[in-house]
Write a protein that binds this ligand. Structure first.
Ligand code: LLP
Length: 403
């Protein structure tokens, strides 16, 4: 969490654009990226923003303009990246369980592709043989990540080609003379411990003798960012130092130069986002004080889906003495943002702000209960600009066949 935008700025945005409202801070995104790059200098390490965290094209333009690459998880994200002007070579498509048509489209568009199943690798071999270089996603059997739902490297995970299938992978590669240039491992999201990335490096070490054409080692994303006050994120200086060291060792050991790739999502945009909602209703029940908002799990599902902590402040009356609240939504579900949270005393009509709303906030929003999705605003060079409007009633009907 961070407060890179002041309450004055956020209140002004809420006044101008209404609530609920997502506000993003362009300069904070740039600051994150610059800090990341600095840790890996002077190497050729490449960063691909995992855009599943937030795909608004104005955000993607900020990412492109600062020279960052982009990682996509669907062919539509690839098309959005191309729409924004990313060059195909700066786009990575890390697919999972997709139909081969998406992979062949991506390959034909000239973007980098990581394949995560033997089935699609075989189809790739049949279609392209050795004509196009490709990456393979390996499941390293490493348990890591903030919780099970965002852990992707363990033995029961659907992601990647299991290490136990190495022989089968090699048979397919040899049969079609596939040119594998990248080994990819992504173990999960919210990984604080740098040792987890070193475990990926150790897996690369065991695999590299089998892949003489590989020159890229893709460590995926998953850097932890602080969500709660006082919480620490991944130590990026330590990560940079250890990855540089292991990459040098691997390059010396195998007598070829390897480049590291990363796919950060949360790290890039989480702290740059603020979600503002209004308190509709205060209600007490015994000891509990409920603050009922003009939003719910339809707009920010992370607290309900992952038990994720999002820091909440009262930006109308930040200096009030604090009181314990259950902060709840207006959806016909138990959509509790926080069960027992100290917040400066709230009056109906006050505006609350949720921190760390940049990643997987709006992006996971829905129209559940036929409610509107909120507007999004980008704050850049001291100016707030609307980057997507809130839904209107017509939007709810727009895809439905008229009666
Ligand atoms: N690369 C791959 C292959 C991934 O699967 C992911 C995330 C990333 C990169 C980016 O991970 P990040 O740096 O953002 O942690 N909706 C969940 C997170 C799901 C992450 C899915 N994959 C949440 O809100 O916590």
């Amino acid at each position: 969490m961070n407060a890179s935008l002041s309450f004055n700025t956020l209140n002004a945005a809420a006044e101008k654009f209404g609530t609920p409202l997502y506000v993003y801070h362009a300069e904070k995104i740039e600051q994150q990226y610059q800090h990341l790059c600095a840790q890996f200098e002077p190497t050729q390490t490449k960063f691909f923003y995992a855009c599943k965290a937030l795909t608004n094209i104005h955000i993607l333009k900020v990412i492109k303009d600062m020279g960052c690459n982009i990682d996509c998880s669907s062919i539509n994200e690839v098309q959005l990246a191309l729409h924004v002007g990313f060059l195909p070579n700066n786009i990575l498509y890390t697919s999972n369980s997709v139909g081969f048509d998406e992979i062949s489209t991506a390959v034909e568009l000239g973007v980098n592709v990581n394949i995560d199943s033997l089935s699609n690798l075989e189809k790739f071999g049949q279609a392209f043989g050795g004509t196009k270089a490709i990456g393979v996603r390996i499941r390293p059997d490493v348990m890591a990540g903030g919780n099970l739902k965002i852990s992707t490297g363990h033995v029961k995970s659907k992601f990647g080609i299991p290490l136990t299938q190495l022989d089968a992978l090699k048979l397919i590669q040899e049969k079609y003379k596939i040119n594998i240039h990248t080994l990819h491992i992504h173990t999960g999201s919210e990984i604080k411990d740098v040792a987890v990335f070193m475990k990926s490096a150790a897996v690369f070490d065991t695999l590299l003798p089998h892949f003489p054409t590989v020159n890229v080692l893709d460590f995926g994303g998953g850097f932890k960012v602080p969500y709660a006050p006082g919480e620490q994120g991944t130590d990026m200086a330590q990560l940079g130092a250890e990855v540089k060291k292991v990459m040098k060792q691997l390059s010396e050991k195998f007598g070829r130069q390897f480049i590291a790739w990363f796919e950060p999502g949360k790290y890039m945009v989480s702290e740059a986002g603020f979600f503002i909602a209004k308190v509709n209703v205060l209600k007490t029940s015994g000891e509990i004080s409920f603050a009922g908002l003009n939003t719910g799990l339809n707009h920010l599902i992370r607290p309900m889906f992952y038990d994720a902590y999002h820091h909440i402040d009262n930006m109308t009356s930040p200096n009030n003495p604090s009181k314990q609240y259950a902060v709840v939504g207006n959806i016909c579900e138990t959509d509790t943002f926080a069960w027992d949270r100290a917040i400066p005393e709230i009056a109906e009509g006050d505006l609350l702000v949720f921190y760390n709303a940049g990643a997987y906030g709006y992006e996971m929003a829905s129209n559940y209960n036929a409610r509107f999705k909120p507007a999004q605003v980008l704050y850049q060079q001291d100016t707030a600009k609307l980057i997507s409007r809130a839904d209107q009633f017509e939007d709810l009907l727009s895809l439905q066949v008229p009666l």
